[in-house]
Design a binder for this molecule. Sequence first.
Ligand code: IMP
Length: 197
Amino acid sequence: MKKPLLVLATHNKHKLVEIRKILGPLPYRVVDLEGFPPYTVRETGKTLAENALLKARKGVRRTGHLCLSDDSGLEVKQLKGTPGVYSARYAGPGCSYEDNNRKLLRVLKGVPASRRTAVFRCVVALSSPDGKTRLFEGRIPGRITVESRGKNGFGYDPVFIPRGGDGRTFAEMTLAEKNAFSHRAAAFKKAAAFLTK
Ligand code: IMP
């Protein structure tokens, strides 16, 4: 029998690679948005959960299938939890990952290691054509480096050292190593467990 479709409603190719690896085998055929008519989602939510839901619900409306979507962000304690839901545009509209990292390191210049703690949070929304939704959350505490290190991954990976690791940043780890820790892995693993129940 043909498996039903599960659409990963994200346009971020970096994340797709990560998410497919994390989900593992499911009783669904997991596809991305390629092949569906293109659309955009304005991430107007004030929280990660609101944005994840916006994206998953719109995914269902546009594809007609069960959709998974996520929203994540970096919350820096010294900065009262910012950039948080605004992590992607921290350095302003159209900024690059490098711009964001430079700004973060600049803002934290001179702040001692003990006060450079941060949390990566990810909220995954599952939305189905019958209108049901569910949320799953993952978080990983860590700290912000004083300089960028490593070439792998994306976003704030070069400036984030997860707690419980060996002192390397996410960008100094392989994808498999990062997934052993990451907020996104934790959230999607919860979603995968729910989908295989
Ligand atoms: P998104 O809303 O899940 O796409 O994430 C928002 C922003 O948070 C991204 O543009 C990245 O800057 C940052 N971010 C989210 N997850 C990660 C990660 O795993 N590593 C590094 N940065 C991340």
